[in-house]
Design a protein around this ligand. Structure first.
Ligand code: GBH
Length: 466
């Protein structure tokens, strides 16, 4: 039953942070509890045809009521850190105005119980559950939403900041903007490239304003979490050093600009790439980027949070119909990585993509520490005699941890690794059919079962290495 893992020890640095991650709408359920009002994900998941199977987060993992049990699981796994997100619609049900104390009480209890268990809480302020009222007022394409986010962030920090030292402002603004407002695969399901670019800028502006407010409030460690991939050509999937034609290099650079530099450059350097401004100029214009915004966005942060699943494989030349998530890339082909094993999501499994990404980031942006805030995989797990022999997930995690180890050996400043995800949960547009957990959840009974990968991960943590 054992996974075929690469041989050889890999010891991680002393103090390397081991943990797991989740997000509010994906696990909490209790959508009407204690004054919570709808977010864009409640509305979207209730709209027929948007989520596979018509699934919603109404119950999810029932974590709102079972968080004490879930913390016991974390203790069994020896986790040092737990990354969760705070649901804005619990804290400010209408996205503005007085805070809802009962909503904050939940996170306060969660944090207390984590600390009692010796687990460090990592709080993310926004993992995509925008209060519906704010979307009704225009959502992230409107500048005011950034101001609302600052106010919300300060309110959460005021209540939890005495106990939480690690804060992330946003999770994956690229996804929130370009899947939410660009191709419409995520809430709120709008399809407007210009709106997506405005959303992305206002998300970044909200990040900067919130980071400044958190710092003024005394927050110790502040991060921004991005979905990052190395952008590579098909030949580089197997041979990272493969030569690139000039046309392919141009395609790679443009996609890297949209996925990576659009976010990292303003956050860490206070500038947008010129190539990026050209693309925005052709997609609605740059009028929403005001003087002074880049200085606001460019707050000092301590860590860059990296969510890595797979590389982004592109080449020059139009392929299928252009994806509205990538405005300005209509002449670029997004390649399925043929011949490479894939997860149940269809995402290619390329561990060396993670080393490549980490080394590039530490070369190009040496000023910031790196934390893997998500990495993991969905597979079609089966429960057999009370066990889940998820060999492929263990292999995925082992391969990616070796890639992290290799990057550290190459000088990348990686501080820790949080697996996605602690629990099987509501996988957004894919509903419950895609299982990313190291803990299996039977959604009919809410029974939790440690998968083999969880038992393996517990041993990795205990040894501080592979
Ligand atoms: C993360 O996002 C989320 O933070 C988390 O909530 C989620 O459950 C988890 O990953 C698993 O999905 O080239 O247009 O096809 C996922 C990040 C970014 C991965 C977009 C897939 C495909 C982009 N995703 N990417 S596209």
């Amino acid at each position: 039953r054992g996974a075929t893992l690469t041989e050889g020890r890999a010891d991680f640095p002393t103090g390397f942070v081991w943990g797991a991650a989740t997000a509010s709408y994906q696990i909490e359920g209790a959508v009407k509890e204690d004054g919570r009002e709808p977010s864009i994900w409640d509305t979207f998941s209730r709209t027929p045809g948007k989520v596979v199977g018509g699934d919603t987060g109404d119950v999810a993992c029932d974590h709102y009521f079972r968080h004490a049990d879930d913390i016991r699981l974390m203790t069994e796994l020896n986790l040092a850190a737990y990354r969760f997100s705070v649901a804005w619609p619990r804290v400010q049900p209408y996205g503005k105005g007085p805070v809802n104390t009962r909503g904050l009480d939940f996170y306060s209890r969660l944090v207390d119980r984590l600390l009692e268990a010796g687990i460090t809480p990592y709080a993310t302020l926004y993992h995509w559950d925008l209060p519906q009222t704010l979307e009704d007022a225009g959502g992230w394409p409107e500048r005011d939403t950034a101001h609302r986010f600052e106010e919300y962030a300060a309110a959460v920090h005021a209540r939890l900041g005495d106990r939480v030292r690690n804060w992330a402002t946003l999770n994956e603004p690229w996804v929130a903007a370009f899947l939410g407002y660009g191709n419409g695969v995520h809430a709120p399901g709008r399809t407007d490239a210009a709106a997506a670019f405005r959303a992305a800028h206002h998300l970044l502006l909200g990040h900067g304003m919130a980071a400044r407010a958190l710092r003024e409030g005394g927050a110790e460690e502040i991060s921004l979490v991005l979905n990052l991939s190395p952008v590579i050509t098909p030949a580089q999937v197997d041979d990272p050093g493969a030569e690139t034609s000039e046309a392919d290099a141009e395609a790679v650079s443009r996609v890297d600009t949209l996925l990576v530099r659009q976010f990292v450059d303003p956050a860490l350097r206070g500038e947008y790439p010129a190539e990026f401004l050209d693309i925005v100029g052709r997609n609605g214009g740059v009028g929403h980027i005001w003087d002074g915004d880049l200085a606001t966005i460019n707050q000092p942060i301590d860590l860059l949070g990296i969510n890595y699943y797979n590389p982004c494989v592109v080449e020059a030349g139009p392929g299928e119909a252009a994806d509205a998530a990538w405005p300005g890339s209509e002449d670029i082909r997004f390649c399925p990585a043929d011949g490479v094993p894939a997860t149940a999501m269809g995402w290619p499994i390329v561990p060396n993509g993670l080393s490549r990404l980490l080394v590039r980031l530490s070369d190009d942006y040496p000023e910031v520490g790196l934390l893997i805030t998500e990495n993991g995989a969905a597979f079609d797990d089966v429960v057999e005699d009370g066990r889940v022999h998820d060999v492929r997930r263990t292999e995925y995690l082992d391969g990616h941890l070796r890639a992290v180890h290799a990057a550290i050996a190459d000088g990348a400043d990686v501080r820790g690794y949080l697996v996605w995800s602690l629990l099987d949960n509501f996988e957004w547009a894919e509903g419950y059919r895609r299982r990313f957990g190291i803990v299996h959840v039977d959604f009919a009974t809410q029974r939790r079962l440690l998968k083999d990968s969880a038992l393996w991960y517990r041993d990795v943590i205990t040894r501080n290495g592979l």
